[in-house]
Design a protein around this ligand. Sequence first.
Ligand SMILES: *[C@@H]1O[C@H](CO)[C@@H](O)[C@H](O)[C@H]1NC(C)=O
Ligand SMILES: *[C@@H]1O[C@H](CO)[C@@H](O)[C@H](O)[C@H]1NC(C)=O
Ligand SMILES: *[C@@H]1O[C@H](CO)[C@@H](O)[C@H](O)[C@H]1NC(C)=O
Ligand SMILES: *[C@@H]1O[C@H](CO)[C@@H](O)[C@H](O)[C@H]1NC(C)=O
Ligand SMILES: *[C@@H]1O[C@H](CO)[C@@H](O)[C@H](O)[C@H]1NC(C)=O
Ligand SMILES: *[C@@H]1O[C@H](CO)[C@@H](O)[C@H](O)[C@H]1NC(C)=O
Ligand SMILES: [Ca+2]
Length: 529
Amino acid sequence: MLLQVVLLLLHCLASTLGQYELCKSLVSTDEGSVWEHYACQPKSASMKDYMRIKVDPPGITCGNPPERFCTLENPYLCSDECDASNPDLAHPPQLMQDRERNGLITYWQTVTWRRHPEPLLANITMSWNKSLELTDDIQITFEYGRPTIMILDKSMDHGHSWQPYQFYADDCLDAFNMQPKRVRDLSPANITRVICTEHYSRWVGSKNDKNVKFEVRARFAVFAGSRLQNMDSLYTRMESMKGLRDFFTFTNLRLRLLRPALGGTYVQRDNLLKYFYAISNIDVPARCKCNLHASQCLLQDGNLQCQCEHNTTGQDCQRCKKGFKAKSWKAGSYLPAPNGTPNICTIAGSPSGSNCECYGHSNRCSYIDYLNIITCVSCKHNTRGQNCQHCRLGYFRNASAELDDESVCIECNCNQMGSVHDRCNSTGFCQCKDGATGAKCDDCVPGYYWKQGCYPNLCDEEMLLCQNGGTCYQNQKCICPPEFKGVLCQHSRCEAGKDCNTASSPHFSTATLLLCTLLGHLLTRLTPH
Ligand SMILES: *[C@@H]1O[C@H](CO)[C@@H](O)[C@H](O)[C@H]1NC(C)=O
Ligand SMILES: *[C@@H]1O[C@H](CO)[C@@H](O)[C@H](O)[C@H]1NC(C)=O
Ligand SMILES: *[C@@H]1O[C@H](CO)[C@@H](O)[C@H](O)[C@H]1NC(C)=O
Ligand SMILES: *[C@@H]1O[C@H](CO)[C@@H](O)[C@H](O)[C@H]1NC(C)=O
Ligand SMILES: *[C@@H]1O[C@H](CO)[C@@H](O)[C@H](O)[C@H]1NC(C)=O
Ligand SMILES: *[C@@H]1O[C@H](CO)[C@@H](O)[C@H](O)[C@H]1NC(C)=O
Ligand SMILES: [Ca+2]
């Protein structure tokens, strides 16, 4: 009894913890305590702690060799120095993600724009080796002024392909030929549009506003209200609006710095030491993408890894555990509020219930009235059956593939000439005609030869020997000397003097011909009339 109260209390606590933070909890029912499962996701975290940073091109970081730099506010006071070999004066990339203590600002800094008019370009690539979902604004803090032209890119496939996330310029039309926009100009329908904003690039003094943001909060607010008080509404949109969730998903980010702060005026060539980039912090508040199948995401062997529940597995809980593939994998769902649907992977062989399961080979079901069953329509990948659980005729089951695998059915490939039909048994063996053999019936048993099918030998080296000096041609026929004929050359052409006239072979010697003609005349004379 006490235990049940405690469990109940735990359950209530869980419900107030915030949404989707628990994957399961024990609840007491009339039949005792049972586990209840929910859609769940990890908490938001500061992902700068886990990011790997790379800056390009090589040599873009200042201090090697040491160099002096000035500031935009006071271009004539150039006493500051960057020196990579001196820890107090060095500005390496890791200072963009360190935890600053005692109010001491630390920052990465580039070389100055000495090579003007050649552009001063730098790329900062941030990788996590894990799909993440933004939960709040990305914020990049620039010391000594924000860039006047910059692009934020993202990749969703570990850096194989990239797409622009947002453009930043003090003049969007001039820099990118795009109309300047703010997130607040966007309607719910075009909230995932990639925009160019001038809001973070105009000169306001290097100390007044150091931050450049990618606005996540303002985009969430379009659905959840200005104070994000109605997150259910946002989560509902995440499920229903195409591309919304993906918009906030990434594995890598890249900042392309294209032109530094200019101090609100044109480039002054006489003092290029005041132009450079300096970044003290990059904040990336996000959560691991675990497809609503995990509430924890932990560092394992240096990589973030969802702690998958619901009998799922994979870095993002993106597939069912082995042996739990009775249904094809599904992400959990935020719907219905407040606990969503866990979409648990179940043990293979357990009944699939009332919902029609097609193992991912069809996305359409239809109800057949007179049979009172629901069946999958147009099974793909050469499958068939009510649940696309069988292979089409002429295909057999790939024993090493799961039922929801695209390559679960393999073509029988029976040899048309050698097989009775184009179907095969469950291990891929075709049914062979007489004389044919092999898994695909494309071979002949001994005593048969292949000629668009298997035929019994007409001659060979063992039982069916060609006679009278004949030679066996590819088991198909005896090639006889001129005087003999028959399948095995067993007949003489001139037996007992008969048939000799009809023989028209030019190979007969003239002597033989003469002899035969004489004999012929003789015979006619002797025959009584
Ligand atoms: C930055 O990345 C872009 C895209 O890959 C590339 O075209 C450009 O050359 C890079 N710039 C630098 C300075 O490495
Ligand atoms: C990325 O993560 C996967 C899965 O955790 C791991 O197998 C792989 O080695 C990681 N790659 C790098 C470069 O760390
Ligand atoms: C978004 O849609 C609104 C109204 O539907 C429109 O006024 C606005 O220009 C659109 N924004 C962009 C960036 O296309
Ligand atoms: C996952 O499978 C194990 C082993 O069968 C089972 O004990 C557990 O309850 C399952 N979890 C879920 C969420 O179904
Ligand atoms: C059978 O399935 C396995 C696992 O999916 C796959 O690697 C293999 O290529 C398949 N075999 C054939 C012949 O398609
Ligand atoms: C398929 O046919 C082959 C050849 O006839 C046979 O050896 C094999 O046992 C059969 N497999 C099954 C599962 O029936
Ligand atoms: Ca710092």
